[in-house]
Design a protein around this ligand. Structure first.
Ligand SMILES: Nc1ncnc2c1ncn2[C@@H]1O[C@H](COP(=O)(O)OP(=O)(O)OP(=O)(O)O)[C@@H](O)[C@H]1O
Ligand SMILES: [Mg+2]
Length: 244
C-alpha cells in the first residue's frame, strides 16, 4: 500500500480572469495530520472544493486519491470513496434535531436503512463527544461549539479515510479551541488522515505534523510547521512586511 493517500498535481481553478488556485502540487501521507495556512483569499477553501468537487472540480490539473484519479468523478462517488469535508460556514437544518442532521449527512452516497442511519449518526456524535442530552434538540438551540461538533460528526458519519476541516476553530473561545485540539488529535489517532485549514495558528502549530502554506493561489511553502513559520516568505505573506 502506498504511503501517499492524496496526490494533487498542478491543480488550478479559475473564475473568469481570477486564478484562485494556481498550479498547486503536493501529496498527503496516509494517516498524517496536515495543516493548511495562508492569508484570506489565498485559495484554501477553493482547494477543498477542487479535491471534493463540492461544489466544483479543478479547471485543470489532476487529483489522485489512493491511486485512483478523482478530479472528474461525481462528488457523491468521491465522498463514498472516503474523502469528506466540512464547510467554513456552519450548515444546518433548523427544523431537524442534532441526531437527524447527522443522519441526513449519512444518506449521502450510502444506501442505509432508517435504523442504520440513526446508529451511524449516534456513533459519529459519540466520536465528537456530543452531549447525549442534546441530541434530540433542534439545531437552532445549540451553542457555536455544539454546531461545530455537529458539522464534524456530519463529515465523520461518511466513514472517511480523509477528513478535511475548513477553519473549525473560527468563532470558538480559547477553552473551546483546546477541546477541539484534543478532538482533532483523537480523530487522527483512529487512523483517519486529517487536513486542517485554520487561521488560528496556535492550533495549527499544535496539531499539524506538516504545513502547506498558500499565497495568492500558489503553494508558498511546505514542511515541518516550525520551519515553515520561520520562512521569511511566509512571514511576509502573513504580515505584509519583509522579515528582518
Ligand atoms: N465561487 C467563486 N467565484 C468567484 N471567485 C471565487 C469563488 N470562490 C472563491 N473565489 C475567489 O477565489 C479566491 C480564493 O478564495 P478562497 O475562498 O479559496 O480563499 P481562502 O484562502 O479560503 O480565504 P479565507 O481565509 O478568507 O477563507 C478569492 O479571491 C475569492 O474571492
Ligand atoms: Mg476559506
Amino acid at each position: 500500500m502506498s504511503d501517499t493517500i492524496l496526490d494533487i498535481r498542478n491543480a488550478t481553478k479559475r473564475f473568469g480572469g481570477l486564478t484562485a488556485v494556481n498550479e498547486v502540487s503536493f501529496t498527503v501521507r496516509r494517516g498524517e495530520l496536515l495543516g493548511i495556512a495562508g492569508p484570506n483569499g489565498s485559495g484554501k477553501s477553493t482547494l477543498f472544493n477542487i479535491l471534493t468537487r463540492i461544489p466544483f472540480g479543478p479547471t485543470s490539473g489532476e487529483v489522485w486519491f489512493d491511486g485512483q484519479r478523482i478530479d472528474r468523478m461525481a462528488a457523491h462517488r468521491i465522498a463514498a470513496m472516503g474523502l469528506s469535508r466540512t464547510f467554513q460556514k456552519d450548515v444546518e437544518f433548523p427544523d431537524l434535531t442534532a441526531c437527524e442532521t447527522v443522519g441526513v449527512a449519512a444518506t449521502y452516497g450510502k444506501g442505509l436503512s432508517r435504523r442504520d442511519l440513526r446508529d451511524a449518526a449516534e456513533a459519529a456524535l459519540d466520536l465528537v463527544e456530543f452531549d447525549p442530552g442534546r441530541r434530540a434538540m433542534p439545531t437552532t438551540d445549540l451553542s457555536v461549539y455544539q454546531r461545530k461538533q455537529l458539522m464534524i460528526a456530519s463529515a465523520l458519519v461518511m466513514d472517511p479515510r480523509v477528513l478535511m476541516l475548513d477553519e473549525p476553530a473560527s468563532g470558538l473561545t480559547r477553552p473551546e479551541i483546546s477541546v477541539l485540539e484534543a478532538l482533532l488529535l483523537k480523530i487522527n489517532a483512529t487512523g483517519i488522515t486529517v487536513i486542517l485549514i485554520e487561521h488560528v495558528l496556535s492550533l495549527l502549530m499544535a496539531v499539524s505534523e506538516r504545513l502547506v502554506v498558500l499565497n495568492q493561489g500558489a503553494l508558498l511553502a511546505e514542511g515541518p510547521p516550525s520551519d515553515v513559520m520561520k520562512n521569511p516568505a511566509v512571514i511576509e505573506a502573513y504580515l505584509g512586511t519583509r522579515a528582518a
